[in-house]
Design a protein around this ligand. Structure first.
Ligand code: PLP
Length: 403
């Protein structure tokens, strides 16, 4: 039998890949807006945004232009020197952030932003403990992994960092019981992402902030998935008026180019020289991409659009009638359909119908579309979901297939 280009690419990558990723049998080669195409030219609506990254959609011309121009000017410049693009980005980002968060440490990924925040919290307080939450996800390097809840991510790598505890999410009493005199920080997502798309109830973050203030601990908000417009505000904490002491950002920050950031408020105090650092952190290429991304988010009012589109998408999904749906929940364009069955066969069936979606735990179908997705594209996503939910045989298929 003849080998197609798709089969050849899959075989080549399969021969050398680490093996740590459950892969779907599709070769994505191109994107535009909320759509991507595979090697055979089939079109998909990308309701994954490449794990929540492509806020502006794929191949946005403003990001492409900024990258091209910056690449011809200066790609690398470590933070021991000053740089025009970096200075502009720091100024811009801190102006957007809620009051008081006016210093930035730049890095290259989400997990690195969490590592930085954890180190800064320890050095600022002189304390060791970290209170994190059940179902929380913060990354996979050893510090961030110590704060991540999922046992299958953690257990193979023990012993992890001592001093971390996990309390039930959205439960102030449990947090109050865990924050003690050696607690450096409470680390929490405003809406749990990987843990199933679970928005905190309104008083939770405010309560955590008050507890932290009273007991001398710092509040770290992980806004890596929720930040930069995803939930309908620039930052999810702005739905509640909470200003954290440290905020971690990454994912969509530089329009798809790797970048992370830790924003710091006044309670962090001065950090000792050389106490942290990163070779690539704050490189002009990523800074230029981030500046272009913030421009587009602002000019096209994408946080506002995410609020409106999210409400529309949630409304459409809530009107679906299916025994298989346990709950529909979300905030802005961070949306979940909690099923009574395992989600993987549905993700595969959706892919065959031209819609890419994510899991968030075993039964949750998660939609993180680009903020530029159109209403017509959202209708197509909803129609495809309705179709796969109506097919009796899908849920009965082998649920061990991985998503
Ligand atoms: C994706 C994510 C991370 C980890 O980011 P990486 O860039 O994959 O290291 C951490 N926290 C949250 C909430 C995330 O969604």
């Amino acid at each position: 039998m003849e080998t197609t280009a798709t089969q050849a690419t899959m075989a080549l990558e399969q021969a050398h890949t680490s093996g740590v990723y459950p892969k779907r049998p599709v070769v994505i080669t191109r994107g535009q807006g909320a759509r991507v195409w595979d090697e055979e030219g089939r079109e998909y609506i990308d309701a994954t945004s490449g794990q929540g990254v492509a806020l502006l959609g794929h191949a946005h011309s403003a990001v492409a232009r900024a990258l091209y121009e910056q690449a011809q000017t200066l790609i690398t410049c470590p933070e021991i020197f000053y740089n025009d693009r970096r200075a502009q980005l720091m100024s811009r980002l801190t102006a957007l952030a809620p009051g008081g968060l006016n210093r930035v440490f730049l890095c290259n990924s989400g997990t690195e932003a969490i590592e930085g925040a954890l180190k800064f919290a320890r050095v600022a307080t002189g304390r060791k403990g970290v209170v994190a939450t059940m179902r929380g996800f913060h990354g996979r390097t050893m510090g961030a992994l110590s704060a991540t809840w999922e046992p299958k991510y953690r257990e193979p790598f023990q012993p992890l960092i001592p001093g971390f505890s996990h309390v039930p999410y959205d439960n102030l009493e449990a947090a109050a019981g865990a924050i003690g005199p050696d607690t450096a920080a409470v680390l929490v997502e405003p809406v749990q992402g990987e843990g199933g798309v679970r928005p905190a109830s309104p008083g939770y973050l405010l309560g955590l902030q008050r507890l932290c203030d009273e007991r001398g601990a710092l509040l770290i908000l992980d806004e890596i998935q929720t930040g930069l417009g995803r939930t309908g505000r620039w930052f999810a904490c702005q739905h509640t008026g909470v200003v954290p002491d440290l905020m971690a950002l990454a994912k969509g920050l530089a329009g798809g180019v790797p970048m992370g950031a830790v924003l710091m408020g006044p309670r962090v105090g001065e950090l000792p020289s050389m106490s942290h650092g990163s070779t690539f952190g704050g490189n002009p290429l990523s800074c230029a991409a981030a500046l272009a991304t913030l421009d587009v988010l602002e000019k096209e009012r994408l946080p506002q659009q995410a609020a409106e589109k999210g409400e529309y998408l949630l409304g459409r999904l809530r009107r679906l009638e299916s025994e298989k749906i346990r709950e529909v929940r979300g905030l802005g364009l961070m949306v979940a359909l909690d099923l009574r069955e395992r989600v993987t066969p549905y993700l595969m069936a959706l892919m065959r119908r031209g819609v890419l979606a994510l899991p968030a735990g075993p039964t949750v179908l998660r939609l993180l579309p680009p903020l530029v997705i159109t209403y017509e594209e959202m209708d197509r996503v909803v129609a495809a979901i309705a179709e796969v939910l109506s097919q009796e045989e899908i849920g009965k298929k082998d649920g061990s297939e991985r998503g």
